[in-house]
Design a binder for this molecule. Structure first.
Ligand code: FMN
Length: 200
């Protein structure tokens, strides 16, 4: 599918065909595309929890105001991030670079994040947002539907998936075959409402 068609057809789909699993090769392709998303200093701090345990899905649904797409969709991802990835074996983020470049990048990376908990948190969420969009557009391009979700009790879901210390949850994303199309677009702002030239 053409990229702009995939962008146009991506919608937040709430109703899925529970009998239609996501093809394994499609899941792999969507994930590999997602891993091509950019991250500051290439730290790739996203972590994708693929929820396959049906009981766990039901428990997450209970922690998310009963949103039915959580158990109906073929796949559920809890999109998380490791806020400490910047200091967790950072050499691996530059393993294909020459030694001098690697040394410079490691020093810059350290100085950028050390003693900056707010930045560590913000950057993790920023990266997850970009990864989520890649995931959803790749899915759309392959004819699958998605829904990003923040309507859940963060602490409960964190407990259910054994979220490690220093990790955060950015959002849930469902992936599957749509059973019903999304509602018509609720009210998009026009470009002139949101485009600012030079200064506010
Ligand atoms: C970060 C984020 C969180 C969202 N959380 C939920 C949610 O918990 N439940 C839900 O049904 N839709 C959720 N949505 C979907 C939005 O309502 C939807 O994207 C928006 O209304 C625009 O519609 P569209 O995505 O179909 O263009 C969320 C979207 C985003 C980006």
């Amino acid at each position: 599918m053409d990229l702009f068609t995939a962008i146009e057809t991506r919608r937040a789909v709430k109703h899925y065909d529970p009998s239609a699993p996501v093809a394994p090769e499609a899941f792999e392709k969507i994930m590999q595309a997602t891993l091509r998303s950019p991250t500051s200093y290439n730290i790739q701090h996203w972590r994708f929890v693929r929820v396959q345990d049906t009981t766990l899905r039901e428990q997450i649904q209970d922690a998310a105001w009963g949103q039915t797409q959580i158990t109906e969709a073929g796949e559920l991802i809890v999109l998380c991030a490791d806020t400490q990835a910047w200091r967790n074996q950072p050499q691996r983020y530059y393993r294909n670079t020459d030694a001098d470049t690697r040394r410079v990048l490691l020093e810059m990376l350290h100085n950028f994040y050390v003693d900056q908990p707010q930045r560590q948190h913000d950057e993790a969420l920023r990266s997850c947002g970009i990864a989520a969009q890649t995931f959803m557009l790749a899915a759309s391009g392959l004819g699958y539907a998605t829904c990003p979700m923040i309507g859940f009790d963060n602490d409960k879901v964190a407990q259910l998936i054994n979220l490690p210390k220093d990790h955060i949850i950015a959002m849930l994303i469902t992936l599957g075959k749509a059973a019903k199309p999304a509602h018509p677009r609720a009210g998009q702002l026009s470009l002139s409402d949101v485009l600012v030239v030079d200064r506010f």
